[in-house]
Design a protein around this ligand. Structure first.
Ligand code: ADP
Ligand code: MG
Length: 350
């Protein structure tokens, strides 16, 4: 069973708040919508919930079109930044709210409330007054209430954003554990990258109503698809400077020649070219090469030998390096290269 979001468009007057977003969430998968304020996350979540009818596109569950299905019949649960608890009701009464009296007996409801309180780490809180709970406890109750009817999909809009940092980290971990253990399919909206990466299986980076990249956290971090994604993920500190500018002629050394397609394969692995074979945006590569490498792991580049020359008696190769340009690299004696050879370079001067 899959949640499919297909080519959603929503405009408010001239503003395209959501501009052609599609993704699918497999059963039990937690998808993050990550982006700065105003990029259309909440609007998209409201479309999924049924609160907003999009100008174009559709939402499906298990292949069934939900566009004609009203909010309360979609079987989706919600959780917001402010848990919106009923302040005049006890913790138990708040959680029970989602359990229809017609379908569940008193005993069943009590058992379900106890089970949910245990799940969210608030065992024994049934009779507490919600106004006396801490911010984190309130959000745990809100989560228990959202999960009470065992929703097919849980939609969470910045549920941790009102909490202070330490609590947010703790709750992000717990939230992931709880969604996992209940097998809940979820769409989790946040503007906080750490939170998205902690909670979600895959994250859609949104900007200006569009999804720029949707991937697992490790790949988003290691291979941001565009400079915009890299910048949003916190690479801005290095984007302004180009680390390839001003290399001395022999900051690089040729380590080995590569078989025919080896240079392309290595260039792809190193993030210099994308899967179409096109050089990546140079600022993205700049960002990538600034990432911490395993200790002792050298900065590497792949390229193709243009020609070979000698400077002050030293053999030098001029190498065309995708996404970087031309570099000169020292040729160790004993390594013979010819024009057109693929080569692996390492940076010798740091
Ligand atoms: P996010 O949740 O990512 O912060 P929203 O989805 O709330 O962003 O908003 C996206 C854009 O649409 C913003 O520019 C916002 O001002 C605008 N917007 C949202 N809801 C409405 C509305 N009901 N009427 C007009 N503009 C809206
Ligand atoms: Mg929002």
């Amino acid at each position: 069973m899959t949640l499919s979001v297909d080519n959603i468009h929503v405009s408010f007057g001239d503003l395209a708040a959501v501009a052609g977003v599609s993704f699918t969430a497999a059963e039990g998968e937690i998808i993050g919508l990550l982006g700065p304020s105003g990029c259309g996350k909440s609007t998209l979540l409201r479309v999924i919930s049924g609160l907003i009818v999009p100008d174009q596109g559709r939402v499906m569950w298990d292949g069934v079109d939900l566009m004609g299905v009203p909010v309360h019949k979609r079987g989706f649960g919600f959780m917001f930044q402010d848990g919106q608890l009923f302040s005049h009701k006890s913790v138990a009464a708040n959680i029970e709210y989602g359990l229809p009296k017609r379908r569940f007996s008193r005993v069943e409801r009590d058992a379900r409330v106890a089970e949910l309180l245990k799940l969210v780490g608030l065992e024994g809180y049934q009779n507490r007054n919600v106004t006396l709970l801490s911010g984190g406890e309130k959000q745990r109750v809100a989560l228990a209430r959202a999960l009470a009817p065992a929703p097919r999909v849980l939609l969470l809009d910045e549920p941790l954003s009102a909490l202070d940092r330490e609590l947010r980290e703790r709750l992000a971990l717990d939230l992931r554990g709880i969604l996992r253990s209940t097998g809940t399919t979820a769409v989790f909206v946040t503007h906080d990258q750490d939170e998205a990466f902690t909670v979600c299986d895959r994250v859609a980076v949104m900007m200006g109503g569009k999804v720029l990249q949707l991937d697992i956290p490790e790949r988003l971090w290691r291979h941001p698809a565009t400079a915009q994604v890299a910048e949003f993920l916190g690479y801005e500190a290095v984007l302004s400077q180009d680390p390839f500018h001003g290399y001395a002629p022999c900051d690089f050394e040729v380590v080995e020649t590569l078989p025919a397609e080896g240079a392309d394969t290595l260039a792809r692995q190193l993030g210099q070219i994308d899967h179409h074979g096109d050089p990546v945006d140079r600022s993205v590569l700049a960002a990538l090469t600034q990432q911490p490498r395993a200790q002792g792991e050298p900065e590497q580049l792949a390229g193709t030998v243009m020609d070979k020359l000698f400077q002050s008696g030293r053999a030098i190769a001029r190498v065309s390096v995708p996404a970087v340009g031309e570099l000169t690299a020292a040729l160790p004696s004993g390594l013979s290269v010819a024009q057109g050879d693929g080569v692996r370079l390492i940076r010798v001067a740091q």
